[in-house]
Design a binder for this molecule. Structure first.
Ligand code: LHQ
Length: 263
């Protein structure tokens, strides 16, 4: 029997795209192959019209960031990490933050380096109680990337962001939730069931409304209230044209459950 292990697993059912980083022996560290496979999985999820994406990891880790085994630091060959970021990480971050459906990151274990910062980009990040978030860049002479220098202070404030980034100390899931780094820490025994309930609910929700809500909230960190009021008006106008808005109001009036189609 031949078993082909792919660096990313994808399963799409009932509008839920489940993407699993799958290099457990390397704590799901990012190799070039994993980047390629992840982009392909996102293409497929978009192509089939998924309504929500769930990202998680195989084995005991979520993701240990860049696979350091791919970095040749022993030879005199020139190193250009910027080129690597331009080619792989920044396109991934931009794509994840602009997906046409909401996404949940279920952090099933340690999340370090780029792995931590990708987890923190999700619309909703939940973690098992035993998970930890590590800004490991400080330990190898780098700065937090994948948007970490932007995301961290916005989520937890400058002092906590500095402490995480300068010391690389692991932050446990409960602490992360208390700080607002993630939405919730969930006990191991309840993790799968609660994540399932969360994504099932999002898959049945009015997708376009959720996506415009995410965009509005994300842009608010750089806009004024005045600008935001205009943005809300413009996009409420757009959402008012959707079939889901009509369905939501009709269902409310008829005192029945709404059946949203994501359009
Ligand atoms: C790994 C890794 C790993 C390979 C664990 N690679 N094997 C962007 C753009 C351009 C360039 C540079 O980088 C970036 C972004 C980045 O992400 S930079 C940051 C890269 N990541 C790290 O520095 C994290 C390194 N890993 C760790 O600090 C620890 O492994 C963590 C805290 C993740 C987990 O610690 P433990 O639970 O104690 O596990 P472990 O250290 O024993 O690791 C288990 C195995 O996984 C081990 O292999 P082995 O063969 O000895 O069992 C590790 O070598 C391997 N592994 N991370 N990133």
């Amino acid at each position: 029997m031949t078993v082909v292990e792919t660096p990313v697993l994808l399963a799409i059912q009932d509008g839920i795209a489940r993407i699993t980083l799958n290099r457990p022996e390397k704590l799901n560290a990012f190799s070039v192959d994993m980047h390629v496979a992840l982009m392909a999985a996102l293409d497929e999820a978009e192509c089939v019209g998924a309504r929500v994406m769930l990202l998680t990891g195989s084995g005991r880790a979520f993701c240990a960031g860049q696979d350091l085994g791919e970095r040749d630091v022993e030879s005199d060959a020139p190193l250009d990490l910027g080129a690597n970021i331009d080619r792989w990480y920044n396109p991934l971050v931009r794509r994840l933050t602009d997906l046409p459906f909401p996404w949940v990151c279920a952090v099933n274990g340690v999340a370090a380096g780029a792995g931590a910062n990708i987890a923190l980009l999700a619309d909703l990040t939940v973690a098992t109680a035993g998970a930890r978030f590590v800004q490991s860049f400080a330990r190898i002479g780098l700065l937090p990337d994948c948007g970490g220098t932007w995301t961290l202070p916005h989520l937890v404030g400058q002092q906590r962001a500095m402490a995480m980034a300068l010391t690389g100390m692991p932050i446990g899931a409960a602490q992360a939730a208390e700080w607002g780094l993630i939405w919730r820490a969930i006990d191991d025994a309840d993790f799968e069931r609660e994540v399932e309930a969360l994504v099932t609910g999002l898959a049945a929700a009015p997708t376009r409304g959720l996506v415009e809500t995410r965009r509005a909230i994300r842009r608010a960190v750089t806009t004024t209230l005045d600008e935001q009021l205009d943005h809300e008006r413009d996009f409420q106008r757009l959402l008012g044209q959707t079939r889901d808005y009509r369905e939501g109001v009709a269902a409310f009036k008829a005192k029945r459950a709404a059946h949203f189609i994501g359009e």
